[in-house]
Design a protein around this ligand. Structure first.
Ligand SMILES: [Zn+2]
Length: 256
C-alpha cells in the first residue's frame, strides 16, 4: 500500500485518460492520492475530480508561488480563504518560494508564503511546501512562523544532508519523488541522512518522472518505482517502505 502525497491529476496532461490513470495506480496499491492546488485556474478541475473519486483523491487549498503576482495575489488569497471556510482539505498547498523561474517577486512570494503558513495554523492543517532555488528564504520564514503544531512536508526535497536533518528535527517530512531515482541525486543523500520515519512518497505528476521513464509523463502508478529505489537505498523491503511512508502520510494529513 502506498500514498502519492503530491500529484496534479487534474491538469490537462491527464484529460484523455484520467480514469485509467487512477485505476492503474489503485491496482498497484496506491490507495490514496493528494492533490495540491495551484491557483484560480485549478480549483474547478481539482475539486470536481476529487468529488468524483472521494475515496481516493484528497484536495489541498493554496496558492502556488509561481502564481504569486502583484496584480492578482489579493484576489487569489481571498479565494484560498473562501475555499478553506467552506470545504474539506487535507493541507495548505502548495505554498512556498520559487526563485528558479523568476526572482522579481521574491518579497511578495515571501509575504504570501508567510500568510499561508498563518492560514495553516488558523485552520490546524499541515502545509505542502514548494522550494525551488529558495531553501534559505523558505527556512528563514518557516522558522519565524514555527509553532509546535505547525507541521508539513517539503515537497520534492531539494536540500543536502544537513538541511534534511534540520527540517526533520523541526518536525517536517521530506517529500521523496522521482528525483531519488536519478543517478547520484542529492535527494538520495538527504533520504539516507534522515531515514524512513521522516519521509513521504510523491510523484508530482505529470512532472519529475522517475527512471526508467524520465522525460515521459509522470503518473501515480510510478510510486512503486520510487519505493523500490528507497528500499534499495535504506536496505529494507518495498513492503516496509510502503507501510512506514503510508503511516507517516496518514498521521500528517489525518487521512482515513
Ligand atoms: Zn506540485
Amino acid at each position: 500500500m502506498f500514498i502519492d502525497t503530491h500529484t496534479h491529476l487534474y491538469l490537462e496532461e491527464f484529460n484523455d485518460d484520467t480514469a485509467q490513470v487512477i485505476e492503474k495506480a489503485a491496482s498497484l496499491g496506491v490507495e490514496c492520492m493528494l492533490l495540491p492546488n495551484i491557483d484560480s485556474t485549478s480549483w474547478g478541475p481539482m475539486l470536481s475530480l476529487a468529488a468524483q473519486y472521494s475515496q481516493l483523491l484528497f484536495p489541498m487549498a493554496g496558492l502556488h508561488p509561481t502564481s504569486v503576482l502583484p496584480d492578482s495575489f489579493e484576489k487569489e488569497i481571498l479565494e484560498v480563504e473562501k475555499h478553506l471556510e467552506s470545504g474539506k482539505f487535507v493541507a495548505i498547498g502548495e505554498i512556498g518560494i520559487d526563485l528558479y523561474w523568476d526572482k522579481t517577486h521574491l518579497e511578495l512570494q515571501e509575504q504570501v508564503f508567510r500568510h499561508q503558513l498563518q492560514l495553516a495554523k488558523k485552520h490546524k492543517l499541515p502545509v505542502a511546501i514548494h522550494v525551488r532555488n529558495s531553501y534559505n528564504e523558505v527556512w528563514r520564514i518557516l522558522k519565524q512562523e514555527l509553532t509546535p503544531d505547525l507541521k508539513g512536508v517539503f515537497h520534492c526535497f531539494p536540500g543536502n544532508e544537513i538541511q534534511a536533518i534540520q527540517v526533520s528535527e523541526a518536525g517536517f517530512l521530506l517529500g521523496i519523488g522521482g528525483v531519488v531515482t536519478f543517478k547520484n541525486s542529492l535527494m538520495q543523500k538527504a533520504l539516507t541522512a534522515v531515514g524512513l520515519q521522516h519521509i513521504v512518497l510523491e510523484t508530482d505528476a505529470p512532472f519529475l518522472t522517475p527512471m526508467p521513464y524520465r522525460g515521459k509523463r509522470n503518473e501515480p502508478a510510478y510510486i512503486p518505482l520510487i519505493a523500490e529505489k528507497v528500499a534499495g537505498l535504506c536496505e529494507i523491503t518495498v513492503e516496509e517502505v510502503g507501510r512506514i511512508t503510508t503511516q507517516n502520510a496518514k498521521t500528517l494529513f489525518k487521512l482515513p
